[in-house]
Ligand binder design. Structure first.
Ligand code: SF4
Ligand code: SF4
Length: 394
């Protein structure tokens, strides 16, 4: 990050306040420093050395969910989320509150398989404590295996195209069955699917803790793996990963995975809907939750709804739209605000007559499952698999 450019960007702000319109942390706290505009003012003062890092200042910058609800709202063209990532990078050494998280993250990402085994072994001791603290759903258990073990190519009988899958850590380590559902759906619709070896974390958890150098290393590695694949699209089930590899990598390393696309947009365009069996075992009246990085970051709101409707599923819209409060590390380090946001969404879901909640992000699934226990929480790919493949596994 070039300091002059960073300051120049911050100085573009004319303080109109448009960016506060949908800011969930501002909505909860109603103080200037908990909104986008206030955070940018703090960062500018910090860059001009008129303010020094303090625990209070750090908290304002690290309490941003990075949801991107302020993206695209700025008439002056400030890339607000990017400035907050930059600010966190500047503040990382003074931010003691999250130092152990940084350490844990570095260890975890460096040794993903060992971390997975450790969590499997310790889950009976660790998970009840984490559930009591409100960090994970009370029923959450580690899966028996990860989704990716080695490089795999899945071939349909009559290929009509070729795609790759960017698995992402949450699908690989927490919800591997979602990866299986995706492969099933893609094979059924005639796509050869490459799941390459060598994929690493997209890097967003590092960036959100201000560890830009580590995030850049991961970005370069993923570019080496995915950049050379000859595929129509790189598909992902986690919108945060897609946002990262497509939109953030160019800002970090100069180029990104341009053909990365979220699964709903791809399937809506490519699906032969007439082949749907529509023999659901799952509830067919659902309510849909927009993941922030899909709706605000990637601008994808209608596609998942349309895909569900075309699959014979009715959607009841909840009254309260907004962030579920997950935001990765945000739910761990700002649990008070995170829980308030979650409760607000959960109440809104439970007021509908829907029989299930559907979303399109594994992170939202984790968070929503903490508060919604009366009905199941699905990833959209699970329902599409049910409709399209009748639940048969590869
Ligand atoms: S990214 Fe989200 S939480 Fe952060 S300032 Fe923007 S709207 Fe607010
Ligand atoms: S919308 Fe843009 S110009 Fe207006 S306060 Fe927010 S960052 Fe500043």
């Amino acid at each position: 990050m070039k300091k002059e450019l960073y300051l120049k960007d911050l100085e573009k702000c004319v303080r109109c306040g448009s960016c506060k319109a949908y800011c969930p942390t501002y909505d909860e706290e109603r103080t200037e420093a908990m909104g986008a505009r206030g955070r940018l003012v703090l960062l500018r003062e910090l860059a001009l050395q008129r303010l020094k890092p303090t625990p209070v200042l750090n908290e304002k910058i690290f309490s941003c969910i990075l949801c991107e609800a302020c993206s695209g709202l700025c008439p002056a063209g400030v890339d607000i989320a990017e400035k907050i990532y930059n600010g966190r990078n500047i503040l990382k050494d003074s931010d003691k509150k999250r130092r152990y998280l940084r350490l844990l993250l570095k260890l975890g990402i460096k040794n993903p398989d060992i971390s997975f085994r450790l969590l499997q072994l310790l889950q009976h001791i660790l998970f009840p404590y984490l559930a009591k603290k409100g960090f994970i759903p009370s029923m959450f258990r580690m899966p028996g295996h990860t989704f990716k073990k080695e490089s795999r190519i899945y071939k349909p009988l009559r290929p009509r195209g070729r795609v790759a899958v960017f698995t992402g850590c949450s699908v690989n380590f927490l919800y591997p069955h979602l990866g299986v559902s995706l492969i099933n759906v893609l094979l059924k619709s005639g796509y050869e699917v490459i799941v390459p070896a060598g994929e690493v974390c997209c890097g967003i958890p590092f960036r959100s803790l201000g560890l830009d150098d580590e995030a850049i290393r991961l970005a370069k590695r993923n570019m080496r793996v995915f950049g050379r694949l000859k595929v129509e699209a790189v598909l992902g089930l986690c919108p945060t990963c897609i946002l990262s590899i497509k939109n953030q990598y160019p800002k970090q390393i100069g180029n990104g995975i341009n053909n990365a696309v979220d699964v709903s947009s791809f399937l809506l365009e490519k699906f032969d809907i007439h082949q749907l069996s529509l023999n659901f075992n799952q509830p067919s009246v659902v309510t849909y939750h927009d993941p922030c990085h899909l709706s605000y970051g990637l601008g994808v709101r209608d596609e998942p709804r349309e895909l569900l409707k075309r699959s014979g599923i009715s959607i009841i819209e909840k009254k309260e739209q907004g962030c579920c409060g997950f935001g990765g590390i945000f739910s761990l380090t700002c649990s008070d605000i995170s829980n308030k946001l979650l409760q607000r969404q959960a109440e809104s879901f439970l007021k509908t007559d829907a029989k299930a909640v559907v979303t399109a992000c594994p992170g939202c699934m984790v968070n929503l499952s903490k508060a919604i226990t009366r009905m199941p929480v699905f990833h959209i790919v699970e329902l599409i698999e049910e409709a399209y493949c009748g639940g048969n596994e590869v």
